[in-house]
Design a binder for this molecule. Sequence first.
Ligand SMILES: O=C(O)CCC(=O)C(=O)O
Ligand SMILES: [Fe+2]
Length: 296
Amino acid sequence: MEIDHFESDAAPADIAEALRKKGACIVDDAMPGDQLDRLRGEIMPYVEATDDGRDDFTGRNTTRTGALVARSKACRDLVMDGRIIRACEDFLLPFCDRFQLHLTQLIRIRDGQGAQPFHRDRLAWGGFIQSSIEPQLNTIWAVTDFTRQNGATRVAPGSNLWEDVKRLPTEDEVGYAEMAAGSVLIYSGSVIHSGGANTSGADRMGLNITYALGWLRQEENQYLSCPPEIAKDFDPKLRELLGYAMGSYALGYYTPPLPPGQGPEAVPPHFLFDNKVENWDDGADLYDKVTDRIRK
Ligand SMILES: O=C(O)CCC(=O)C(=O)O
Ligand SMILES: [Fe+2]
């Protein structure tokens, strides 16, 4: 089974539609060569210093390196890629008031690593989310070429719609995300997939950047991996994506823990960076939107 490919100028609406219908697609040559070089230069020292995984799921011959928003400017640029953000708006906003970054992880599948067990990434939330909700949009940016031999991600297109959630794909239902370095595999939280086996003699590296509904717990805790003292220097839009924003009318406010009378009560997270209480993300409008939705 083949995975659909798009050219680099793919329309976000087409990407979102491919995710709804088949659960996955590839955008070829999605990042310029100089960005790929910068990315490698920034992340490789961390990757080289990372130990192998702890079990068969994380991969005993696989390294996983995180906190990449804090560590790499090139990764920050990819997190904010306009095509992907617009595809997230199309795919995720029907289910939330705001979406957020879920994790950043450089997955290096080393020679000798067997195939990862098939799974759906939405199982991160323990199977509690009803199937009509799409909780997540995922990307894996190819940092090396992805080939069948070096562990290209295996995907079962269409498995996002299977009614029997226990069914596993047969070999002819599986596609391999073969793509050149700089391309990106985009897949939903509902499609069955896994890392492939690497028998190539060289590393396969993919940068996993994923996004999730703003009312869900993030897989990589962004407040700890990218704390305020680092996030303060970033583009406000990126900070919002990290989670320094209201997730809905009532989600995510805080109170600066100051002595009596020395600070405000219940302010949105951006107060931490700009010391302003106005701009409550149109709080009143959001209240109306949320209550309207519940009444329907
Ligand atoms: O590395 C890959 O190709 C996929 C990894 C994956 O699906 C996971 O770790 O959840
Ligand atoms: Fe996965």
